[in-house]
Design a protein around this ligand. Sequence first.
Ligand code: NAP
Length: 258
Amino acid sequence: MKIAPLQVLVTGATGRTGSLVVQKLQQLPDRFTVRGFARSCEKVEQLFGTTAGFYFGDIRDRAALTLALEGCQALVILTSAIPQPQGVPQPGQRPSFIFAPSETPEAIDYQGQINQIEAAKAAGVNHIVLVGSMGGTDENHPLNRLGNGNILIWKRKAEQYLINSGINYTIIRAGGLLDQPGGKRELLIGQDDSLLTNPPEGISPSIPRADVAELVVQALLEPDARNKAFDAISKPEDAPNAIITKDFAALFVRASYQ
Ligand code: NAP
């Protein structure tokens, strides 16, 4: 019997990881029908050459989300507050960043994600895949000082809201994101920042965006990814004895339930 494709909405569809997820889902038309949610028509045109299949709005606009989610079975959340550089750094000085007052991590990563989770719940979505960030167990993580935004704290609170929502979830807490090709590395998953505080020797806690996008696609397909939250990093491409990850079901089995 032929299974109907899963109807999926991807928010942050013009983002660097979100756009990769949209492209990967579009390449599997037997398994997925994909919609993108974005706030800029121009960016969508630039990235995808068309606006067909895209819904436009802000994630704080519940009505726009409701329209986009109608009939969807799954939601992928790939939105994030984006810090803006503040001034030009003097030679030898570090650049400093600021969040626009209406675009703080509290507004985007917390309230904006709650809005997406609630809209999905009301639309009858039964699985949400959320890409978050490693580092959330440490309130003093330097990223929290960036623009005084406490970004990891707000992201973690939104994750907890999702866990408590009653909807099936997969939370992928990525290490530092790299713009490098995917499918060329062994992926490692861990729990509660152990790969950050105690990484295996010679491995930096980072992962290509393309590999995170593949984890999202596989999480939508594999039942063992459900109701799990895990950290994800990769071994370097040339790591000795690395086994390129292809069996995602086995990888998700190793992630513990939360
Ligand atoms: P990104 O390129 O910064 O994309 C963020 C997306 O969110 C953009 O598409 C942006 O839209 C959208 N967005 C922001 N505010 C919005 C709003 N109010 N309404 C609608 N859309 C909105 O993301 P990324 O760098 O691929 O990161 C993906 C995720 O991984 C993020 O949650 C990030 O925090 C996390 N992460 C990042 C790192 C890292 O090293 N950078 C490490 C670990 C985890 P526009 O395109 O219109 O701006």
